[in-house]
Design a protein around this ligand. Structure first.
Ligand code: FE
Ligand code: FE
Ligand code: ZN
Length: 292
């Protein structure tokens, strides 16, 4: 069965229960949530997340809890060597985020590797490695994977080449809990050619190892290959195109992985129900959003 879903909101009053219901309304079989606002670190107690109610509901409707993906807030910057307080917050918050992910029962926590903020690639990568080592000393991750996301390379972002991701994985003391999140918009913006996705996958396999891939973000891109901009477009409405994205979504080597849409809202409305239907029908509809 196709594991497809989108980013959904987890907010008051129903939190996780609300998130699963939202995913259901899109006819999704997977979902991704932030444990709170992605741009800040204010978090409520997991006791209020309605986890038990959500589990009951998932059982009722047949939603597989294994298909819940978490995303750490993007203000976490493990690569920062310039401001010690930023690095400090990054690894201590990540420890708490791992505990929240475990409480929810999710097995995958997506993390942006970080930005070196002008300190340079080398220092940034070493700092990420140091941060991840500090985290794994402080918490037992069990079978949880921190999935380092492949980035677009905007600004001083790290993790925009497979080599950088591999470098981090090779540098930490124990990488058994380190997975990878492949974002189609980001790799396209970083210069990988999605017209030749099999070659991209082969190179991923050679450099990182396909067995380390934990989740896929499926987004089209508003910019040309290599633009390093990171602006997501709706499925089939960007520079990557519908057929190339469909190849990723239905690729036999990736069939066991969740595919998560993070495409932009259209007319202030979530596009996911329409996009997921179009993906399931495997036929691009240029007028998809015309009646919104
Ligand atoms: Fe992300
Ligand atoms: Fe992403
Ligand atoms: Zn992005």
């Amino acid at each position: 069965m196709l594991k497809i879903g989108s980013h959904v909101s987890m907010s008051a009053p129903d939190y996780l229960l609300g998130a699963v219901k939202e995913a259901q309304s899109y006819n999704a079989s997977a979902l991704m949530i932030y444990s709170g606002a992605p741009q800040n670190t204010r978090r409520i107690d997991v006791d209020r997340f309605k986890i038990e109610e959500a589990r009951e509901y998932m059982k009722e409707v047949g939603f597989d809890p294994e298909n819940i993906i978490m995303h750490a807030p993007y203000i976490i910057n493990l690569a920062n060597t310039v401001k010690p307080e930023v690095f400090e917050l990054a690894h201590s918050f990540l420890v708490e985020e791992i505990k929240r992910t475990q409480a929810i029962g999710s097995k995958v926590l997506v993390l942006h590797p970080g930005s070196h903020v002008k300190a340079g690639e080398e220092l940034g990568l070493l700092q990420i490695i140091k941060g991840l080592d500090l985290v794994s000393e402080q918490v037992d991750m069990g079978d949880l994977k921190i999935a380092l996301e492949t980035m677009a390379g905007k600004g001083s972002e790290l993790g925009f080449t497979f080599e950088q991701i591999a470098r981090i994985r090779a540098g930490v003391k124990d990488n058994s809990n380190l997975g990878v999140c492949l974002d189609t918009c980001h790799i396209h913006d970083a210069g990988y050619d999605l017209n030749e996705f099999d070659k991209v996958l082969d190179s991923f396999d050679e450099i990182i190892g396909l067995e380390n891939l934990s989740v896929i973000h499926v987004n089209d891109s508003k910019n040309v290959k290599g633009a390093r901009k990171d602006r997501h477009a709706n499925i089939g409405f960007g520079e990557i195109g519908f057929d190339n994205l469909l190849e990723v979504i239905y690729h036999p080597r990736l069939s066991h992985l969740c595919k998560i849409l993070e495409t932009p809202f259209v007319e202030k409305q979530a596009p996911y129900k329409l996009e997921i239907a179009m993906i399931r029908e495997k036929m691009f509809k240029p007028d998809l959003f015309e009646n919104l």
